[in-house]
Design a protein around this ligand. Sequence first.
Ligand code: GDG
Length: 498
Amino acid sequence: MPAIQPDLQQMLGNVQPIVVANRAPLALEAADVFRGTPERLVRGAGGLVTALSSLAASTHALWVAVARDDSDRALAARGDPADLVTEDGLTYRVSFVQPEPQAYDLYYSSISNPLLWFIQHYLWDLAREPIVDTATRYAWREGYLRVNQMVADRVIAQARASSRPALVFVEDYQLYCVPGMVRAVLGDVRIQHFVHIPWPTPQYWTILPTPIRDGILQGLLGADVVGFQTRRDVRNFLFTCEENLGLVVDLRGRTVLYEGRTVRVRNYPISIDVDGLLAQARSDEVLAEEALLLSWRPEKLILRVDRTDLSKNIVRGFLAYERMLENHHELHGTVQFWAYLQPSRQDIDDYRAYLGSVLSIAARINRQFSRGGWTPIRVEVDDVWARALAGYRQFDVLLVNPIYDGMNLVAKEGVVCNQRDGVLVLSENAGSHEELGDFALSVNPFDVDETAEALYLGLMMDPVQKVARAERIRETVRAADITRWIALQLQDLREVIG
Ligand code: GDG
């Protein structure tokens, strides 16, 4: 956990923080009778939970989440809100909203993931998809709006029950309408909404029917501050308000005038807990994984660590590597590309098909180039964080080439943990490029020739330059770590609170 926690309460002053996110900060892991392990209450994985957990646990914030499955419902049965203590000793106050399974499915699997995730990462082949129809409008109304309203109602009830004024932090694309719904009832409540994924151009938003795209903007503008990862997202949001809603925006002051209120629009690049991560990267579990890795690692190791998400651009990464092998026969036998991939959203057809093409392209390249016991690509589809951290320690080149990405924490984590002054090859469309682009090898993620050349340059870079670049990235991440991400948001909110 970051060392700044005691200051957070002070920075917040006399308020009741309420964190609102699709997921709770913890999860119940069922007992395993075969292994003899008991039921465990564990802190959730992932950047968002780590970042907000420090805020929630140290300020006694209330966390409002949506119950996703039976184990969330079992936790919800423990009280509303329930005081839940994870096995690492932290207490969270969690209030679960429990939509009917059909409403949850429409909210999550019809609108949030296929529609909003796709639009915000420019993932469609527009000549063919999406097809917007009655089913889309139904899912919006009966799923997305319904669940957002349930969440908003819970926030309103909790804010009213508190003796202190509420300060509401809403997270991400599943809950865009919550700020507007809360504002409609509690006119003077303070709300911040943080969007973790990219904000596309106004034109791209017009793919959605007017009530949906306007509903999203109007919902967000219920907040006092709308936060994004990058300056580009802030600009796109301001332009979207201007072009699609005809609102008055101040591009220099980064504000929107909406219903007589001034809404601030700011960028807060999310980051990592550097010390916590480094401690974990030196744990026995990671060192054991590293020893395994050392038993097979090639002379030159290219690594990627990603969820199997369409936005991560895994296939073009392999095609670029293939191009590099075609151009540089001298590297055959000495280099290997390790793709360590976490299965993601396998309930969605497009995602299953995508993982299928990732595996088949890798197999084709391996068939074409393998010789004398050398396999050019090693693909592992698994979810062992310690193994990812071992990979971070050992890479020579880390490939992070998303089509578009809000931030991409792998880029930050990887270089911070690396023991070989490895080189970062980074997509110009990853949010982290705004901070790290000058010290990485930048690539256009669609250009496989350029990416092939960057992989080669990364492998061949002279040690002095490698050290200089890695050092600058480490300094940059350390100076703007997760503590700063939270502190910047609190500073801005203090201005709003006055
Ligand atoms: C979204 C946005 C934004 C890695 N291997 C395993 C594992 N990891 C962890 C990494 C990292 C996280 O998963 C991935 O975070 P990213 O930021 O790279 O990407 P998204 O999942 O798409 O996150 C993104 C982020 O939200 C935060 O705002 O940066 O742009 O898309 O922390 O260390 N986790 C587990 N098993 C592994 O094997 N559980």
